[in-house]
Design a protein around this ligand. Structure first.
Ligand SMILES: *[C@@H]1O[C@H](CO)[C@@H](O)[C@H](O)[C@H]1NC(C)=O
Ligand SMILES: *[C@@H]1O[C@H](CO)[C@@H](O)[C@H](O)[C@H]1NC(C)=O
Ligand SMILES: *[C@@H]1O[C@H](CO)[C@@H](O)[C@H](O)[C@H]1NC(C)=O
Ligand SMILES: *[C@@H]1O[C@H](CO)[C@@H](O)[C@H](O)[C@H]1NC(C)=O
Ligand SMILES: *[C@@H]1O[C@H](CO)[C@@H](O)[C@H](O)[C@H]1NC(C)=O
Ligand SMILES: *[C@@H]1O[C@H](CO)[C@@H](O)[C@H](O)[C@H]1NC(C)=O
Ligand SMILES: *[C@@H]1O[C@H](CO)[C@@H](O)[C@H](O)[C@H]1NC(C)=O
Ligand SMILES: *[C@@H]1O[C@H](CO)[C@@H](O)[C@H](O)[C@H]1NC(C)=O
Ligand SMILES: *[C@@H]1O[C@H](CO)[C@@H](O)[C@H](O)[C@H]1NC(C)=O
Ligand SMILES: CC(=O)N[C@H]1CO[C@H](CO)[C@@H](O)[C@@H]1O
Length: 455
């Protein structure tokens, strides 16, 4: 080993001085501690309420091998970081920028936005088990112009009442910018619970909003309940890589909008969407990449959509068969159309979809759909959409190359004849998580499917 190598080895391994800090409610300099963290530092914040003076910017410069960790004390109620005031002129509770850090087990409240990533570009960050409540605006955002946010994870986190103090768009999550002016990529939003944001007005008022040009973003195993706008909305991925929407549950979301909405570059699998106001799932021409200006690269496979208040289970606007596949879904809409399309669908790949309700679209081949009654489900009235033992859904799917290999519960699917809808039939009763208004599988710590997904 050369002398130079030894020095570099020392520099990378031994010369990082990690410090462990404990913050409690009598720690007066807690903001100074948080503002001066170095790579490898770990801060434990004990239960209590920590009020900021207003503007509070953190820069966390961790390294891949020595991330910075800020965590609530294990086994204590989460500490609360609170903006001093609320309402229209409040500051965000906290702005965080940097890379290679983790924020875990902390609550944020009041202020304007909850957590804003920025204003500088931010990457390799994990937010785990956080709780953002009673803010004046969007709970979690990453939308400063010209930034490309990469490798951001938000998981096991609860967000609620994002317009407690003034009527705002109040998204649970808003990442990326309009017209690709900033974007997020290679990121993960999983097992979060976004609920009761009914005060949202203006904008899209969404649960999880991933703006145009963002790509390789996975949004999985989240639950939305009582959200005005779409539970999940993605726009055009600019053909950089698809965004994946898998295994989510949307109940009463949007109460005035679509349940899950995309424009281009999206794979939508294994989701359950109940009682949206407009379409359960919608492909809507919205913010297309100007150079191509058409909708493309969408797969909608193995979803269960149950009822729409005012439109259809599946709404296709200006879909003209640019690599669009729709198969193995249940579109159960009763008195509303199961499928409604503004364009003729001749040539689009539409197979094996179970429908209840009229079809308001032309060009779907006769083998594209088959009708089912409510007895296809174990107990639709009790929101149990697992297939009944005699269900017409069982073994009625097809395996194309966009096969989802697992179901809503993470159970393996038949490769040859999967069950149509979000659940694969394997036993007489649902072996997985019921549909409830809570985190998927009932708690932030419940284990949920973690399988790899292919776009
Ligand atoms: C709170 O932290 C301070 C240091 O900031 C320490 O001196 C004190 O003992 C701690 N109190 C408790 C109850 O842990
Ligand atoms: C973080 O890194 C940036 C860029 O190197 C530097 O300007 C800033 O002072 C650093 N901040 C902290 C708190 O380490
Ligand atoms: C937290 O509680 C769990 C279960 O009671 C226990 O196993 C664990 O050791 C506790 N952790 C700490 C840091 O006290
Ligand atoms: C993404 O970020 C996490 C957490 O900081 C890190 O462990 C992981 O190595 C990063 N991945 C890449 C590809 O940089
Ligand atoms: C949050 O807001 C709700 C509704 O406005 C209110 O009932 C609740 O008490 C608030 N919680 C806290 C801790 O302020
Ligand atoms: C997209 O269109 C703009 C303006 O017409 C052009 O400058 C740019 O090179 C185009 N990008 C690609 C990838 O074709
Ligand atoms: C998207 O579709 C276009 C043609 O419709 C194709 O050229 C392109 O490769 C596709 N991209 C992805 C990521 O599938
Ligand atoms: C269609 O999309 C799939 C999946 O992204 C991709 O592999 C394929 O190249 C696309 N085909 C066309 C014709 O665009
Ligand atoms: C839709 O389901 C209802 C309730 O089970 C049933 O009465 C009706 O016949 C079904 N409609 C179609 C077109 O299958
Ligand atoms: C091409 C195709 O997918 N055909 C299937 C459509 O759905 C019916 C009912 O499940 C099947 O019998 C067809 O094989």
């Amino acid at each position: 080993m050369s002398f130079l190598t030894v020095i570099i080895f020392c520099a990378t391994i031994f010369c990082v001085q990690s410090v462990t800090y404990n913050i409690n409610s009598s720690t007066t300099n807690w903001q100074t501690i948080l503002s001066n963290l170095k790579a490898g530092d770990i801060v434990t914040i004990h239960h209590g309420t920590y009020v900021t003076p207003g503007f509070f910017q953190l820069t966390l410069n961790g390294t891949l091998n020595n991330p910075i960790i800020i965590q609530g004390a294990p086994n204590e109620t989460r500490p609360i970081i609170q903006g001093p005031v609320a309402g229209a002129n409040a500051q965000n509770v906290i702005n965080i920028q940097g890379s290679n850090f983790m924020v875990k087990g902390i609550a944020f409240t009041k202020g304007s936005r909850g957590v804003r990533l920025g204003p500088a570009v931010t990457s390799n960050a994990i937010f785990d088990n956080i709780y953002i409540f009673n803010t004046t605006g969007t709970a979690f955002s990453a939308n400063d112009n010209a930034n490309e946010y990469a490798n951001i994870t938000l998981q096991n986190s609860e967000i609620t009442n994002t317009n407690a103090l003034a009527a705002t768009t109040g998204e649970c999550v808003y990442v990326g910018c309009v017209s690709d002016e900033c974007r997020i990529r290679d990121s993960l939003f999983q097992h979060n619970y976004c609920h009761d944001t009914l005060g949202s007005v203006g904008g899209s008022r969404a649960g999880f909003q991933i703006k145009p040009g963002s790509y390789n973003v996975i949004i999985r195993n989240n639950v939305c309940y009582n959200v005005v706008g779409p539970c999940i909305i993605v726009y055009d991925g600019y053909d950089r890589g698809r965004n994946l929407i898998d295994g989510n549950l949307a109940v009463n979301a949007g109460t005035a909008d679509i349940g899950i909405q995309c424009t281009s570059g999206a794979t939508i699998t294994n989701n359950i969407v109940i009682n949206s106001n407009l379409a359960g799932i919608g492909v809507i021409v919205n913010s297309l990449y100007p150079n191509v200006s058409y909708t493309r690269n969408i797969t909608i496979n193995q979803n269960t959509v149950y009822m729409s208040q005012a439109d259809a289970c599946l709404r296709l606007n200006s879909v003209t068969n640019k690599n669009i596949t729709i198969l193995n879904n249940v579109f159960y809409c009763g008195n509303q159309p199961s499928i409604k399309a503004s364009n003729d669908l001749t040539g689009a790949r539409i197979y094996n979809n179970a429908t209840n309700g009229s079809i308001s679209a032309t060009g779907i081949s006769s083998c594209g759909t088959f009708a089912v009654s409510s007895n296809a489900f174990l107990n639709a009235a009790a929101t149990n959409f697992y297939p009944a033992s005699s269900s017409l859904l069982i073994n009625k799917g097809v395996n194309l190359r966009y096969q989802a290999f697992y179901d809503y519960n993470g159970m393996p699917r038949s490769i040859v004849t999967p069950t149509v809808g979000a659940y694969e039939y394997s036993t007489t009763n649902n072996p997985g998580c019921p549909v409830i208004n809570n985190f998927k599988c009932a708690s932030s710590t419940a284990s949920v499917p973690q399988y790899p997904l292919t776009p």
